[in-house]
Ligand binder design. Structure first.
Ligand code: ADP
Length: 766
């Protein structure tokens, strides 16, 4: 531009030209203003004085590269005079001729500048022998009014010192294990260290400027380029994650690229230094973390529990689908209402829940609480076990609470049932009436207080193993007891039976014992023991009474019988026959009564073990004949058929044996009211004699066949009850047969008849 100086009153022609380090101010003094089109023309040369004051080399060239003007600084370097280079092609001057590569750079720069481009390049020249000079050269075209390039301004700045420093830095940078780069303030990357070059597998020239961008993953290029441009424009730290291609393998790895601007004292950015750090491992870890988080989430959704995650302040951060389904709450509701969850807790459980959670928050320890939660859909409450666990960061600070709610309704129900069954068991164990023992082998391993009280033993005896059911069983009950245990192991239970225990003080306790194998401990059994002494005492009293009564009855009966017989004889003598025959009927009844009393007496003697047996030779066939005849006489209603295939004799009590067969025969007649015959049969083997009495009467129901041999037992049917009897006959029969070590058995069919078989050992010397 041109303007008039107000001070000197002269016209000034001013030009500004850009150089690397700033602007070149170019001022001409004129006496006359010139029309604008004349202000720029080739003759307008820089005055020597102006140029001399510059530290840089400045020259003016024709568009073809011919030197029009040059200042002193470069002349001194090359030790040439101005006249030697003015008018010469710049590229042919002594600065450039010794280094053909630089010469070539200059030529191409001149060509480009002459086409209108400002060209900048760095190069190494040798102005004179032994001198290396790094130059930063700028060639700026100047245009005339027709926009044609009329001349070129060349500015050459000595950057040798900087280059050396840079070389040092690069050597240093090359030694670094990182990937490092540097760039100019405008973002033109000037340098990549060896590692980076090797990684990218590019030449330094390929990577220079923006060439490195080709090594960035296509998906990242746009983002990276924008970030870099922003950094250059704002001068702020450049940091970006990008995938760089390993030039040799073609694979991409994640890097964190950072660029830091380097500034001078004034704060102007001189250059950028950057690094690329491999974060592939980190990225992979991040990915894995993401995956594992995802796995956890999937897990949380798959587990049957209700899962929740809450912040330390109590807000729910996450709840799984089960949780949402059960409570019917949406994640939004959960997140907007901290207490939303509480309404699902059974009112009776809320207070304890609050206390447990508060304690956990205060102490920072995990908590567990059983509570009933309401199902939103059905409205029913179910028992849950709620667990919360604190999660801490590296410093130990609680960052979250993670928890689960496990449905334990079923478990609770089972527990309840178990508790009830335990209560039942323990009430049984604590029974004051029933003694309970647990036995294993011969040992009583546990017993309740009642059992101990009954037997007089204590817990010490129990724990010391002094309670052994064999040892506390009196010898005469051992066989029966072993039989019961046999039954226990084969049938898993034993039919209650009567026995006695030997108490600690030597006394005996009558008991009723039953038991069963424990289902879950097959080698253990539980036994129930009932104190039988009261019943036994009652029985004893009854026996005593029977004994006494039969004795008391016998004497007056005998007197009555005697006097009746005397009276009958007397009446007969006097010829009062009708009265005498009436008396004989009385005598028959008296005889029946006498037999009954005798039987009662026998029973009571048998009970006391005091029945006496005579010893004599008994011809059984003869005995049976006599009995049959007597019976036939008494009972003409039935024909008694006697079969005696053998002659058999025994050593025994004739009357007692007679009792056996007459009882059986009289029963056979009694219990077959509609039949006309009964049979009695005698047979023998080498060893035994057998008598069988058979009738065709009522028969005996299967379930009562064993019981009929018991004292005072009578079959319960209406037909049987109509037939008089006291239930003593078969008992007496059994006791007598047992005395001779024989056996009795019954075979019967209801409505058809019964058959009783007595077997006696032959050579008994009883
Ligand atoms: P009693 O005949 O005095 O009742 P027993 O001891 O002789 O007493 O018999 C017991 C029970 O056995 C009888 O009440 C009867 O019901 C039944 N019984 C005995 N023998 C026979 C039999 N031959 N046929 C049917 N039932 C019989």
């Amino acid at each position: 531009m041109e303007y008039r100086s107000p001070v000197k009153d002269t016209w000034l022609h001013v030009q500004l030209a850009p150089t690397v380090d700033g602007l070149l101010l170019h001022v001409h003094e004129k006496s006359e203003p010139l029309p604008y089109q004349e202000t720029v023309f080739p003759e307008e040369q820089l005055t020597t004085e102006v140029l001399e004051k510059l530290y840089v080399g400045v020259g003016v060239l024709t568009p073809e590269g011919i030197v029009l003007e040059i200042n002193d600084a470069p002349l001194a370097d090359a030790q040439v005079r101005r006249e030697e280079v003015i008018g010469q092609p710049f590229a042919e001057t002594p600065w450039w001729t010794p280094s053909p590569a630089s010469q070539e750079q200059l030529r191409s720069a001149i060509t480009r500048a002459s086409l209108g481009e400002t060209v900048r390049f760095e190069t190494l020249i040798h102005p004179r022998e032994g001198m290396d000079l790094y130059l930063e050269a700028t060639i700026t075209p100047h245009r005339d009014v027709d926009q044609r390039v009329s001349y070129l301004v060349y500015v050459g700045t000595d950057i040798t010192a900087r280059k050396r420093a840079e070389a040092d830095i690069h050597a240093l940078i090359d030694a670094l294990p990182q990937l490092v780069w540097t760039s100019r303030p405008d973002g033109y990357v000037t340098y990549h260290n060896h590692r980076l070059i090797n990684y990218l597998a590019m030449t330094p020239e390929q990577a220079e400027g923006a060439g490195w961008l080709a090594g960035v993953h296509p998906d990242d290029q746009q983002r990276v380029w924008e970030a870099w441009q922003t950094a250059i424009q704002t001068g702020r730290l450049y940091e970006v994650e990008l995938r760089l291609q390993d030039g040799r393998s073609g694979t991409y790895c994640w890097f964190l690229t950072r660029g830091v601007p380097q500034r001078n004292a004034q704060g102007t950015i001189l250059y950028w230094v950057g690094t690329c750090t491999d974060i592939e491992g980190q990225k992979r870890a991040e990915q894995q973390l993401k995956e594992s988080r995802e796995n956890l989430r999937v897990l949380a959704e798959t587990v049957p529990q209700l899962v929740w995650v809450a912040r330390p302040d109590g807000w729910h951060e996450y709840v799984n689908q089960h949780w949402r389904d059960y409570t019917g709450l949406t994640p939004e509701q959960v997140q907007s209402d901290k207490r939303a969850y509480l309404q699902f807790i059974h009112p009776e459980d809320r207070e304890s829940n609050r206390a447990v959670v508060q304690r956990a928050l205060d102490t920072g320890t995990m908590f567990e609480h059983e509570e009933r939660l309401r199902n939103a859909q059905t409205g029913e409450y179910r028992w849950f076990l709620v667990r919360g666990m604190p999660m801490r960061d590296d410093t130990g600070q609680i960052i979250k609470w993670c928890g689960t709610c496990t449905d334990i309704e079923e478990q609770k129900r089972i527990e309840q049932a178990l508790r009830e069954s335990q209560e039942r068991t323990s009430s049984l164990m604590n029974s004051t009436i029933i003694g309970v023992t647990i036995i294993e082998g011969e040992q009583i391993i546990d017993a309740n207080d009642t059992f101990l009280r009954m037997t007089g033993y204590d817990r010490d005896d129990l724990h010391a193993g002094r309670l052994n059911w064999m040892r506390i069983t009196p010898s005469e009950y051992l066989a029966r007891t072993l039989e019961a245990h046999q039954e226990l192991s084969s049938h898993q239970s034993m039919t209650p039976y009567e026995k006695e225990y030997l108490c600690r003080d030597g006394s005996r306790l009558p008991v009723l014992v039953g038991g069963a194998i424990l289902e879950h401990h097959p080698h253990q059994a539980i036994a129930f023991v009932l104190d039988n002494s009261a019943r036994k005492e009652l029985e004893q009293r009854k026996d005593d009474f029977i004994n006494m009564a039969s004795h008391e009855l016998r004497n007056p009966l005998a007197a009555l019988k005697l006097q009746t017989a005397m009276l009958r004889r007397h009446l007969n003598k006097q010829g009062i026959h009708t009265a005498a025959s009436a008396l004989s009927t009385i005598e028959t009844q008296l005889n029946k009564l006498t037999r009954l009393v005798e039987e009662l007496l026998d029973v009571s003697k048998m009970q006391a073990g005091k029945l006496e047996y005579r010893r004599e030779t008994v011809d059984l066939d003869v005995l049976l004949r006599e009995i049959a005849d007597a019976m036939q006489h008494l009972h003409p209603s039935h024909r008694i058929l006697l079969q005696r295939a053998v002659h058999a004799s025994l050593l025994g009590d004739r009357d007692r044996l007679g009792q056996v067969f007459s009882n059986l025969l009289s029963n056979a007649i009694k219990y077959s009211p509609d039949a006309t015959t009964v049979e009695m049969e005698l047979s023998a083997t080498e060893e035994t004699i057998r008598v069988r009495v058979t009738d065709h009467g009522l028969g005996i129901p299967q379930e009562q066949r064993d019981k009929i041999f018991e004292r005072f037992y009578r079959v319960t049917g209406t037909q049987q009850k109509a037939i008089p009897g006291l239930g003593m006959g078969l008992y007496i029969v059994t006791e007598i047969v047992k005395h001779y070590e024989g056996t009795i058995s019954v075979d019967s069919a209801v409505g058809k008849g019964s058959s009783f078989t007595v077997t006696l050992p032959k050579s008994r010397d009883a």
